[in-house]
Design a protein around this ligand. Structure first.
Ligand code: DI6
Ligand code: FE
Length: 404
């Protein structure tokens, strides 16, 4: 296998606990061996024997190189849009009221059920391309707008197919317990039975990398979520949870008890929840797009997470109701301005910690042995990636060893 050498770049390796910050290497070099990074470090330390084996050379033109970005929480595959609800909220309705009136998630369920796989693929492709243009190399996509076996199957298959037709790694999450669909109105426990019946079928079809649920007063109780988690764990599937977004339901503690990969949103996270997450190694995925778009005022307890050394990830939560967002770079900015993360924390949140939130130890930092997913940026400092609004300084993305 031929090796390729990438030089004339600064590297933000994002390795943990490095000095200088960001794991910055001023005059760096990368050696790619097929789909993996074979060597990463200061150019002057590159072994001559390794350099000789490199048959291709790439001049990065002074670019900053980071790991490929990872969007670890999206609901990217859905039908229709909810601009009318955005309008209704500007006339005074709340997100919860709209949901209780049968709008909200169930409005998107109706539109998604009505959409053909081709139509779903077409509208989801537009969103995916926006993410890819900003250097995203791994994206998680949740189901949860089908809420019936054939419909969830359709959405997860569309998600998987997007990963085959685009240079990006798609990880699929089954979110059957997202909302109670209209045909089960007032019978949430019966719907949980239906979710438990869907799970093994979708798993057998190879469509499930992880299992998620929405633990909230307008969605599922901790007891109902526990049933879903037990079924997932019995199949050997990792779990994650939409927890403490609109109220403190104790979801984080429950998820941690099931060894969850991540708890997501967390504006209302308690001290007990944070310490349970720390003990379980559960990542906190913060979603500034949803906080912003719903005009929430309760900030996620970032200092509490820092105090307990809970790793923090950042994602778009791309969805039609609470975060119609396809820019992970914008989320970096909002994580800093709204949540007061440092740019270094924010960048770790879309690389190293996002990989951890998906249970993927083979990516998220620039280091030998990792996947060769990296991005060349036309910026001088890593903080510039968090600082600008609406700019896209992505020059080139390398996915799985191949420039795309
Ligand atoms: N929390 C969210 O923010 C999204 N899902 C969830 O459980 C919103 C989904 C939607 O409103 O369509
Ligand atoms: Fe979400």
């Amino acid at each position: 296998m031929s090796l390729s050498l990438w030089t004339h770049c600064r590297l933000a390796t994002l390795q943990a606990d490095t000095t200088p910050a960001y794991g910055l290497i001023g005059d760096g070099a990368l050696v790619v061996d097929g789909t993996q990074l074979a060597w990463v470090g200061p150019r002057r330390d590159l072994p001559a024997a390794l350099r000789k084996r490199c048959s291709a050379q790439h001049d990065c033109g002074g670019a900053l190189v980071t790991p490929g970005l990872i969007d670890c929480h999206t609901h990217l595959v859905y039908g229709g849009d909810r601009a009318h609800e955005f309008e209704a909220r500007l006339h005074g309705a709340s997100y919860q009221e709209i949901a209780r009136r049968g709008g909200g998630i169930n409005a998107t369920v109706q539109a998604t059920r009505a959409a053909t796989p081709e139509a779903l693929t077409a509208q989801s492709t537009v969103r995916l391309k926006h993410l890819l243009a900003e250097g995203v190399t791994t994206v998680e996509i949740k189901s949860g707008y089908g809420l019936a076996l054939a419909q969830e199957h359709k959405c997860l298959q569309v998600a998987r197919a997007l990963g085959r037709s685009h240079p990006v790694d798609v990880r699929t999450t089954f979110l059957g317990a997202h909302a109670v669909p209209p045909e089960f109105a007032g019978r949430a426990d019966d719907y949980v039975d239906a979710v438990l019946a869907m799970l093994p079928r979708l798993h057998e079809a190879g469509l499930v990398d992880a299992v998620d649920a929405f633990c909230e007063s307008i969605a599922f109780s901790p007891a109902q979520v526990a049933r879903v988690f037990e079924a997932a764990r019995a199949l050997g599937l990792p779990v994650k949870l939409h927890a403490e977004q609109l109220s403190d339901s104790g979801g984080a503690t429950l998820a941690a008890a099931h060894g969850a990969l991540s708890c997501d949103h967390l504006e209302w996270l308690s001290a007990a929840g944070a310490s349970a997450m720390a003990a379980a190694g559960t990542v906190a995925v913060l979603l500034p797009g949803a906080y912003y778009f719903l005009r929430e005022t309760k900030l996620p307890p970032v200092d509490l997470l820092r105090h307990h050394h809970v790793p923090i990830a950042i994602a778009t939560d791309c969805n039609p109701g609470s975060s119609p967002c396809t820019s992970l770079l914008l989320m970096l900015n909002m994580a800093c301005t709204l949540f007061r993360l440092t740019p270094e924390e924010a960048l770790a949140g879309v690389t190293r910690h996002a990989a951890q939130a998906l249970g993927l130890p083979d990516r998220g930092v620039l280091a030998a042995g990792q996947r060769a997913d990296f991005v060349l940026w036309d910026v001088h400092s890593p903080a510039q990636l968090c600082y600008a609004l609406g700019a896209n300084p992505c020059v080139q993305t390398v996915f799985n060893g191949q420039p795309r």
